[in-house]
Design a protein around this ligand. Structure first.
Ligand SMILES: NC(=O)c1ccc[n+]([C@@H]2O[C@H](COP(=O)([O-])OP(=O)(O)OC[C@H]3O[C@@H](n4cnc5c(N)ncnc54)[C@H](O)[C@@H]3O)[C@@H](O)[C@H]2O)c1
Length: 251
């Protein structure tokens, strides 16, 4: 157990599963007090304050963030991680599906951040980390809607960093490649040939394997914590080399 986050009060959205859950566990292990906001908070890690919240619902977000601040005694860090996926080209999905994904992946961040800003302004070590994606920076097939939403997350992160740097609030995002989480396992289960699909995802990343939720959680904790006190307005790729490397095809 380290004490890097002793006295630090963090809110993690989507902390009931996958990347968010591992991040909440890691923050707790490093000494933070953590509130998990999730549609289903029953699977939040032991030691976290579980709070039911749909980030697409204005009233729910306001009361959940107020409840988190009351239970933690304030908010120093916010991890905007809740998100959903979507598959297809620009021709796919009715516009209601497009609106729903933006409501959660983009406006969810707007809502939770707005609700938390007053508390963050009171903190001496305020930081926000948004979970973005490789889909923000690489053109991936059949990910038009998801990519558009994550591109917005990356731009919003930089704009918020500029708006709030002089208030002492840092904003950064992590851009994971394909991470071994329940979300990706659901996608694989739905594929016609799950093993072939899993192999294709592994081979897409130069490291030849999926990223682990622990590796993304470590990057989020770095950006949220004191070691990154001079870092704001950046995106940190945790993608097995996918965004930056060009290897010859494997024989
Ligand atoms: N898994 C990947 O390969 C991958 C890659 C890049 C980025 N991401 C991003 O990471 C984040 C987490 O993904 P994951 O793989 O851990 O997914 P996951 O499905 O395992 O967990 C997502 C969590 O978010 C919660 N959630 C969903 N909609 C919500 C809402 N409206 N309000 C509150 N909570 C809600 C779910 O209940 C769940 O607990 C997402 O933003 C996703 O876009 C994932």
């Amino acid at each position: 157990m380290t004490t890097e986050f002793e006295g630090f009060r963090a809110v993690v959205t989507g902390g009931g599963s996958g990347i968010g859950r591992r991040t909440a566990e890691e923050l707790l292990a490093r000494g933070a007090a953590v509130a998990v906001l999730d549609l289903d908070p029953s699977t939040a890690p032991d030691g976290a304050h579980p709070i039911r919240c749909d980030v697409a619902d204005d009233d729910a977000v306001r009361s959940a963030v107020a409840a988190a601040a009351a239970r933690l005694g304030g908010i120093d860090g916010l991890v905007n991680n809740a998100g959903i996926g979507a598959q297809g080209t620009v021709e796919d999905g009715d516009l209601d599906e497009w609106r729903t994904v933006f409501e959660i992946n983009v406006l969810g961040i707007v809502r939770v951040t707005r609700a938390a800003l007053g508390h963050l302004r009171e903190s001496k070590a305020a930081a926000v980390v948004n979970t973005c994606s490789i889909a923000a920076t690489a053109g991936l097939p059949r990910r038009a809607l998801y990519s558009a939403s994550k591109g917005a997350v990356e731009s919003l992160t930089r704009a918020m960093a500029a708006d709030h740097v002089r208030e002492g609030i840092r904003f950064n995002c992590v851009n994971p490649g394909t991470v071994d989480t329940p979300w990706v396992r659901r996608l694989l289960d739905a594929a016609t040939d799950p093993e072939a699909e899993a192999e294709a995802l592994r081979r897409r990343q130069p490291t030849g394997r999926l990223v682990s939720a622990t590796e993304v959680a470590g990057a989020i904790c770095y950006l949220l914590g004191p070691a990154a006190a001079a870092t704001t307005g950046t995106s940190l790729a945790v993608d097995g080399g996918m965004s930056g490397l060009r290897l010859p095809p494997q024989r």
